[in-house]
Write a protein that binds this ligand. Structure first.
Ligand code: ATP
Ligand code: MG
Ligand code: FE
Length: 347
């Protein structure tokens, strides 16, 4: 099926077009520069930017894919989770396009989309799918017998998300926002073993699949403060590398263990933090050693984009899932256990 997907859950206006598992277009307009001086995403600024970027980005995607809107089989849109006002812009636009074109509408889950996007990179996901989802707002291990209908969390963060930890540590280091890409860059020139930062929730009595990154973030902040108070220079590269090593060590260790415990022979890693170069390398190393096939999409498909929404929409069409009604809401706290928001039978 030929599907257009719209993503506006945060600060990226993304419009993607796919045909089945083939990526045809991935157009993105980001308002990240407008948020940088505030040190985080400002919801009102994001909503207004989506409104301004929406129509041009849809047109750009259609041009890039060389298809005409009338050829689409469906329109998919992120219904949640995310910023309420930002989501509403995408949902309203998707409804207007779908209704005007006479095409079915699918309101889909942003987190399930982060996983489903890998089908554009590596073909059909094995079932059940084991996925490590690591992004700005979420960090979980998920086992999905069917990404369009049945997604089960094995464990999640009990405090900060992995991406949130990257962003907060970057702020303490005065590296700007978002922090992940900058820390990734500095870490390449640093020593990952320079500082022994704590690995949260890895004790024998801790929940095997839960994560905790707030203690790590505090430990990094204290270490930096002590250096500054002593009038010493902060070794930004070593701090970045050592912090990043602690995060990726815990993530990959628990993900590999979940695969082994559940008897699953592959691991999918999705979400913005999956763009991290050290996480990708360490996961590759540990999965290879454990005989697990690793599936991580290219970095541009890991961070928020419209193609991932189109990918999940295409899967909904292929599996004949119920479409959403014209009263489709934007649900800012849509749980990962709901891959889409079906409407009444003949909506
Ligand atoms: P969610 O999907 O939970 O709603 P989100 O939509 O805000 O979160 P994503 O694009 O999925 O955002 O992920 C953004 C996060 O990924 C940010 O915290 C950012 O710092 C982090 N990130 C991006 N690139 C990298 C990288 N190379 N290394 C580490 N973290 C990264
Ligand atoms: Mg973003
Ligand atoms: Fe995201």
């Amino acid at each position: 099926p030929l599907v257009l997907g719209i993503e506006t859950s945060c600060d990226e206006t993304g419009v993607g077009i796919v045909r089945g598992h083939t990526l045809l277009a991935d157009a993105i307009a980001s308002s990240v520069d407008e948020h940088a001086r505030f040190g985080g995403v400002v919801p009102e600024v994001a909503s207004r930017a989506h409104l301004e970027a929406m129509v041009p980005t849809i047109e750009r995607a259609l041009r890039e894919a060389r298809v005409s809107a009338s050829d689409l089989d469906a329109v998919a849109v992120t219904a949640g989770p995310g910023l309420a006002g930002a989501l509403l812009v995408g949902v309203s636009a998707a409804k207007a396009y779908a209704y005007a074109l006479g095409k079915p509408l699918y309101g889909v889950n942003h987190l399930a989309s982060h996983i489903c996007v890998d089908q554009l990179e590596h073909g059909p996901l094995p079932e059940p799918t084991m996925a490590l989802l690591v992004s700005g707002g979420h960090s979980s291990l998920l086992l999905a017998p069917d990404i369009t209908a049945d997604v089960r969390p094995l464990g999640s963060t009990i405090d900060d998300a992995a991406g949130e930890a990257f962003d907060k540590v970057a702020r303490v280091l005065d590296l700007g926002f978002p922090g992940g890409p900058v820390i990734d860059r500095y870490a390449r020139e640093g020593d990952p073993e320079a500082i022994a930062f704590p690995r949260g929730l890895t004790g024998p009595r801790d929940a095997p699949y839960d994560f905790s990154f707030s203690g790590l973030k505090t430990a990094v902040a204290r270490w930096i403060e002590a250096r500054r108070n002593a009038g010493e220079e902060v070794p930004v590269r070593d701090v970045s590398a050592s912090f990043q090593e602690a995060v990726t060590d815990v993530l990959t260790r628990k993900a590999v263990r979940a695969c082994q415990d559940e008897g699953v022979d592959h691991l999918m890693i999705g979400g913005g933090v999956a763009a991290n170069s050290r996480l990708r390398a360490m996961a590759e190393e540990r999965c290879t050693r454990a005989g697990i096939e690793l599936r991580v999409p290219r970095p541009k498909l890991c961070t928020d984009n419209g193609a991932m929404v189109a990918a999940l929409g295409a899967e909904m069409v292929a599996r004949r899932r119920a479409t959403s009604g014209w009263d489709l809401p934007a649900d800012s706290s849509l749980p990962v256990t709901e891959p889409h928001l079906p409407g009444p039978a003949d909506a």
